[in-house]
Design a protein around this ligand. Structure first.
Ligand SMILES: C[S@@+](CC[C@H](N)C(=O)[O-])C[C@H]1O[C@@H](n2cnc3c(N)ncnc32)[C@H](O)[C@@H]1O
Length: 301
């Protein structure tokens, strides 16, 4: 299998690496062969490709887990994670080694495209029945992306509660999905991407945190799901977001996953990737489009 990475496709991964503190890192001297095996296992478990030479990144992210477990080398960590009862540890490794960076209304154009272009099209096609809109936010992290779609729909589709609507958010990390389900955010999280008006309208403050209102929370359903697995939500989906995750995958893996995701799109459905993601070798199954300033993809019939 090739681990060739498209330099532009992996740009965000490198940028996030730079946020970590290289000075703490190189001193600890854990054996590099343990790191290589760890990266191979991470790739097997969730498809994310982490360069084993990023010693400082791996150490930084695993330090508190290893301290917690009283484990001092990667080989023992891998052994425990791979044992029959090791699934919870494996999940914590995936959780620690993947990047969960997200915000409300990230790169706002796709949300406006849903409201201004896709919803009117669906309404037009369902003149004689109740309109149906099925959305999947794959790799949704702590849920800001999924809830932003719900808020956008509440604001731009006055009769949305009469629609046959489903918004599914999935992520490989069970801890992250648990957070998404609670809909409770730290102050600095709601300050990213939400206007003060939206914050006041859709959240209630609970001491230092903010809880999303039930009317928004009930519109979204979250599940733990690995986009690298053969089983995927069935669809068909009118809208799929799979943003800022495939940058951490190899070109071959990203293509394979996109091909599976394309199979879950409705014939008139649209797929949105991250704004800086330029996938390669997908022209045989996806067609690129520009709608209202946003790039999106349709399934080729
Ligand atoms: C950088 S966040 C992107 C969140 C959101 N899509 C956005 O654009 O703001 C990447 C998310 O992908 C998730 N992830 C990584 N590998 C995954 C996999 N194999 N299946 C599902 N989710 C995965 C991580 O847990 C993380 O929450």
């Amino acid at each position: 299998m090739s681990h060739e990475l498209d330099p532009s496709f992996n740009r965000d991964a490198r940028r996030s690496d730079l946020l970590l503190h290289p000075t703490e890192s190189l001193t600890n001297g854990r054996p590099i062969d343990g790191a290589i095996e760890l990266c191979v296992r991470l790739h097997e478990w969730c498809g994310v490709y982490l360069e084993p030479t990023k010693t400082y990144l791996i150490e930084n992210r695993l330090r508190s887990l290893m301290d917690d477990l009283g484990i001092h080398d990667y080989k023992s960590l891998i052994e425990i994670a791979s044992s029959g009862s090791g699934m919870p540890i494996r999940n914590r490794i995936i959780d620690a080694l993947t990047t969960h960076e997200t915000l409300f209304f990230r790169d706002s154009a796709p949300f406006e495209v849903i409201a201004n272009h896709l919803v009117p099209g669906i309404r037009e096609m369902s003149r004689f029945g109740s309109p149906r809109l099925s959305v999947w936010t794959a790799a949704c992290s702590t849920g800001q992306e999924s809830y932003s779609i719900a808020i956008q729909l509440l604001e731009s589709v006055p009769d949305i509660k009469q629609w046959n609507l489903s918004i599914l958010g999935t992520d490989v990390s069970s801890a992250i999905i648990e957070r998404a389900r609670t809909g409770v955010y730290f102050d600095h999280e709601v300050r990213r991407g939400l206007t003060p008006q939206r914050l006041q309208k859709y959240f209630v403050q609970e001491s230092e945190d903010w809880r999303i209102n039930d009317c928004v929370r009930e519109m979204v359903h979250f599940e733990v799901q690995n986009i690298n697995d053969s089983t995927q939500p069935q669809g068909p989906f009118d809208v799929i977001f799979c943003r800022n995750v495939l940058i951490y995958f190899s070109v071959d893996d990203a293509r394979r996953i996109l091909q599976k995701i394309a199979g879950r799109l409705a014939s008139s459905g649209r797929l949105f990737l991250g704004s800086s993601e330029v996938p390669r070798n997908i022209n045989d199954f996806l067609t690129m489009e520009n709608i209202g300033g946003a790039t999106c993809y349709r399934r080729k019939e």
